[in-house]
Design a protein around this ligand. Structure first.
Ligand code: ADE
Length: 231
């Protein structure tokens, strides 16, 4: 690893990361800000994309193609589907899918378009390192499927559709698009989330209440993973 990308979707998701680093150089590009730091000899570029798959794709592509990052870590919050996941709990994606990608009219499964796959796996080596860090720090982390879509899910019906169609454990709005970019460009990547809500009625209220604290849970764990990667 020569240059590491760290991404979030919202400012709140990268704030605790930026607070951890000194001498941040800010570059404006494509209506966004990219924060470059050197941390214990490792070059890191940090950015938040703005919400949703399109912005996340743009930012992931920029981090890789313009800034030359060769590994990408994502940190942020998610809505829980798996009842084992409570607010503040951590999930690392072993695979991701797009729950709102739908050409079922043509006989294809949900989440599939020709030339793509329903699920994209994250890099096993990065997951293994993350799991070692979890054990060393007595953190409880679930490894599972994350479903992504351009919707803030706040209904039992939609949540159940995503659960039954994709067997997903959590959902959010960027991970699978970052996975498509990294997989296409052969860049190792890792998607980490902490739960902010349970994606049903009241999810909006919980999200507002727990965004900051859950984003910090995710960021604190991510920094420990970066420390381990850089050993
Ligand atoms: N990220 C966090 N909570 C979410 C939800 N309920 N729907 C979509 N993305 C989310």
């Amino acid at each position: 690893m020569k240059k590491l990308a760290i991404m979030g979707a919202m400012e709140e998701e990268i704030e605790p990361l930026l607070a951890h680093f000194d001498n941040v150089k800010v570059t404006d590009f494509a209506k966004n800000k990219y924060y470059e730091v050197t941390y214990n000899g490792l070059e890191i570029v940090i950015a938040y994309s703005k919400i949703g798959k399109v912005f996340a794709s743009l930012t992931a592509s920029t981090l890789i193609e313009k800034f030359g990052c060769d590994t990408l870590l994502f940190s942020g919050v998610a809505g829980a589907i798996n009842p084992k996941l409570k607010i503040g709990d951590l999930i690392i994606a072993d695979k991701l899918c797009q729950h709102d990608l739908d050409i079922t009219a043509f006989g294809h499964p949900h989440g599939f378009v020709p030339g793509g796959d329903v699920f994209i796996e994250t890099t096993e080596k990065l997951r293994d390192i993350a799991k070692e860090v979890a054990v060393e720090n007595s953190l409880s982390v679930l490894e599972g499927t994350i479903a992504t879509g351009d919707q803030f899910v706040h209904s039992v019906e939609r949540k159940e559709f995503i659960e039954s169609t994709f067997k997903a454990d959590a959902l959010e709005m960027e991970g699978a698009s970052v996975a498509v970019i990294c997989d296409s460009l052969s860049v190792p990547f890792f998607i980490l989330r902490a739960i902010s809500d349970t994606a049903d009625g009241g999810a909006d209220i919980d999200f507002d209440e727990f965004l900051k604290s859950s984003a910090k849970e995710s960021a604190d764990y991510l920094i420990k993973i970066v420390d381990k990667l850089n050993k």
